[in-house]
Design a binder for this molecule. Structure first.
Ligand SMILES: [Zn+2]
Length: 302
């Protein structure tokens, strides 16, 4: 029997804008991280005066928000002042370092090393250097995240900076960052970073970084549409790929509890990770799959 797991609700009122913010989450995604059993979430939203604010939330086992630490960035603060801001998270002084473990598909072809310093989550993720290359550094808009990549010498620096900026802005807005997905992120990036990012690659990076907390959903109706319109779709997506797309689509029909990563595990014998992400993105763009993310939203009060 399939274990059904209900989504549970985390709800709190932002101390600054007084909006009620809600996150619906599977219990299995709520994993304690510190000795008190609290889980940290990050809620980035348009706060008072439409300024961006990041609240770091400490949520207990019963999904009650025990405290919120606002990290607000005003237009009048310079980026050097922001980087001097100490985020008042008790006890954790140094950024805890976690290694990014390469997947077996990762080849160190163009990406030779990576370091992500995440001041929002007080964590640092590192892909240890292998081979020589040049170092390129980028800081996020709200200055909470710094990325440092080591890449092959031949690659245009502006191209890498573009990629890193895309990644960083997605990382900064993510509610629950799961380090396992960083292994897939580097797998995705390694063959691609020699040419500039596109609208499609941005969507794909976003999908990868949310793959453990997002749910691809399809329906019988979408499936029928796919079958009916395949002769048309196949002009862009390759006649021989019918089965590959069809299989992914069927995995997602009526899906409630399988994450995007779960779907990949079902497909991984027949598909490389990058092909998998690319196909899911195609199906999403065709409107045949809807990817439901775990993210905070504002409740309108009447
Ligand atoms: Zn707010």
């Amino acid at each position: 029997m399939v274990q059904k797991e209900a989504r549970r609700k985390i709800e709190y009122e932002c101390n600054i804008c007084k909006e009620t913010r809600v996150l619906l989450i599977l219990q299995s995604l709520h994993r304690e991280v510190d000795e008190k059993g609290y889980v940290e979430y990050v809620d980035v939203h348009q706060c008072l005066d439409e300024r961006l604010n990041a609240n770091i939330l400490y949520v207990d086992k019963s999904l009650v928000v025990r405290s919120q630490v606002p990290v607000r960035v005003g237009d009048d603060i310079s980026s050097s002042q922001i980087s001097a801001l100490q985020i008042p998270v008790p006890k954790k002084v140094d950024l805890k370092e976690t290694e990014i473990i390469p997947t077996k598909e990762f080849k160190y072809k163009n990406l030779k090393g990576l370091r992500i310093a995440d001041k929002l989550r007080q964590a640092q993720y590192v892909l240890h250097k292998s081979g020589s290359g040049k170092k390129i550094e980028v800081e996020s808009e709200l200055s909470f995240i710094e990325l440092e990549a080591i890449v092959s010498k031949g690659i245009d620096e502006d191209i890498i900076v573009d990629w890193l900026k895309q990644i960083i802005s997605i990382l900064e807005a993510i509610v629950l960052l799961d380090e396992e997905m960083l292994s897939y992120l580097i797998t995705y990036l390694d063959p691609k970073i020699t040419t500039p990012p596109t609208g499609e690659t941005i969507i794909e990076i976003d999908m990868i970084l949310h793959a453990k907390s997002s749910f691809p959903i399809s329906s019988l109706k979408s499936y029928a549409t796919f079958r009916r319109q395949w002769p048309e779709f196949s002009k862009d997506y390759g006649k021989k790929n019918y089965e590959g797309y069809e299989k992914l689509l069927t995995y997602c029909i009526g899906n409630q509890h399988k994450t995007l990563l779960d779907i990949y595990f079902k497909a991984e014998n027949s598909l490389q990770f990058n092909d998998f992400i690319n196909r899911i993105e195609d199906l999403a763009m065709l409107g045949l799959i809807n990817i439901k993310k775990t993210e905070f939203f504002t409740v309108q009060e009447n």
